[in-house]
Write a new protein. Structure first.
Length: 434
């Protein structure tokens, strides 16, 4: 998590001051519930709220922790300094540190999810707009990087939209998965705290009670959450790679917006590089770095250990901050992406009709030629295009075996671009609805 790849709204979620504020709210709500149950005096619960507007001193908490070697105890000691030792004596009643730490982490991940969902909405809006803008902009589709058959730029954007729409649903599910809290005490048995306290705290913090915690919230929830972020990162890279390929000088079907005054190279003044897309590829790798550690955090010793703790202190902020920045960069890239329809058409026609080979193959089989012979006839004419720069249609019209099965008009008809775009509206309805 470095400033270069960070946005303040997401960073703020992970600031120590925010974390301590959440700790405080959990402890205060727990005291309210304990007072309702008659476990602690109501006056003591009310006294905790005296610190409601306090900006907790992070440096002071760190100072105490240097002695106690325990972060939650250091915080509780600092809280007592604000509200008084006697008033604070029932704070954390029947609770264990993980009750505070795990519930707080999930609050933070839920808040991070809400930002990321909004980020995805921006990406989806940009993709949809560009899809409709270029719904009928014909370009060559490629498989293995080689010309295949015609498609449209709109379908490319629509494909990415559908993928990101799936990711949004995945993230929504991951948000629900992670939105649990636990105030169940040592080893999760509620021996020293009533389950009502957990229910109350979770309600006040926007969570659901964890059905069964040990001394920690089960880490399969977190594994799913970070795996989902990893998938989103890979989808983000999928779009970035397509843009990088389109911007290659030999292709130049699209390019990143190049702003006035921007420089592409310290050595070569002519350069306009796909730096944003390349950056997104790198950021996707950082996001995916969290997936394996999160999966490895699932297996803990007995009711708890802290092998997961150091991992989550890193991947929690780093992954959400990085993905938040990257999704906003991606949205801006798509919004300003410069498209070159003329170059798309030029590239499609580069091999003089060669990309219509399947239509001719199918027409020959429909005319009674065996598939094996039809493939042979089409391929031998196609190879002349590859090897000699011939015109595919001209070669077919000059091949007596081909013209014995297909008339010149039938051959001519096989080179109609509209044939390949006739179902674009159907696909758009599937992706975007009516």
């Amino acid at each position: 998590m470095i400033p270069r790849y960070s946005r303040k709204e997401m960073v703020d979620i992970w600031e120590p001051a925010t974390k301590f504020k959440i700790w405080y709210e959990i402890e205060a709500h727990a005291c309210d519930a304990q007072a309702e149950l008659g476990v602690i005096p109501k006056a003591n619960a009310e006294a905790v709220w005296k610190a409601k507007d306090v900006a907790f001193d992070v440096a002071r908490i760190d100072e105490i922790e240097a002695v106690t070697k325990h972060d939650v105890i250091a915080f509780l000691t600092h809280l007592a300094e604000h509200i008084g030792a006697d008033e604070a004596r029932f704070v954390h009643q029947g609770m264990t540190s993980s009750d505070v730490l795990d519930t707080t982490l999930n609050v933070q991940l839920v808040r991070a999810s809400d930002i990321l969902l909004a980020d995805l909405d921006r990406v989806l809006a940009a993709l949809k707009k560009r899809a409709y803008e270029h719904k009928d902009t014909v370009r060559i589709g490629r498989s293995h990087g080689i010309h295949a058959e015609p498609t449209t730029m709109g379908l490319t954007f629509a494909r990415f939209y559908a993928e990101m729409d799936r990711n949004r649903r995945r993230l929504q599910a991951a948000r629900e998965e992670i939105a649990t809290g636990a105030i169940s005490g040592a080893v999760g048995t509620f021996a020293n705290i009533d389950p009502y306290v957990e229910e109350h705290v979770c309600k006040m913090m926007g969570l659901r009670p964890e059905p069964i915690s040990t001394q920690v919230i089960p880490r399969d929830r977190h594994a799913m959450f970070f795996a989902t972020l990893g998938v989103i990162g890979s989808s983000m890279e999928n779009i970035a790679i397509e843009i990088r390929h389109m911007q290659r000088t030999e292709v130049l079907e699209a390019e990143e917006f190049f702003s006035p005054g921007q420089k592409g190279s310290s050595a070569m003044p002519h350069k306009r590089n796909p730096v944003l897309s390349e950056n997104l590829t790198g950021l996707a790798r950082l996001v995916r770095m969290s997936v394996i550690p999160a999966l490895e955090n699932v297996a803990l010793w007995h009711e708890r250990d802290i092998s997961h703790s150091s991992v989550e202190r890193g991947i929690g902020p780093d992954t959400t901050v990085t993905l938040d920045f990257a999704l906003n960069r991606l949205a801006g890239l798509i919004e300003k992406l410069v498209i070159y329809p003329e170059n798309m058409l030029k590239n499609l026609n580069k091999f003089k009709g060669l990309v219509m080979s399947q239509r001719v193959l199918l027409a020959l089989t429909q005319a009674g030629v065996s598939r094996e012979d039809a493939y042979r006839l089409v391929q031998r004419n196609a190879m002349k295009v590859w090897e000699k720069g011939a015109d595919f249609k001209t070669e077919l019209l000059a091949d007596p075996e081909v013209t014995a099965a297909l008339s010149p008009a039938e051959i001519e008809e096989k080179f109609d671009l509209g044939y390949h775009t006739k179902h674009v509206d159907t696909i758009f309805r599937r992706v975007f609805g009516e």
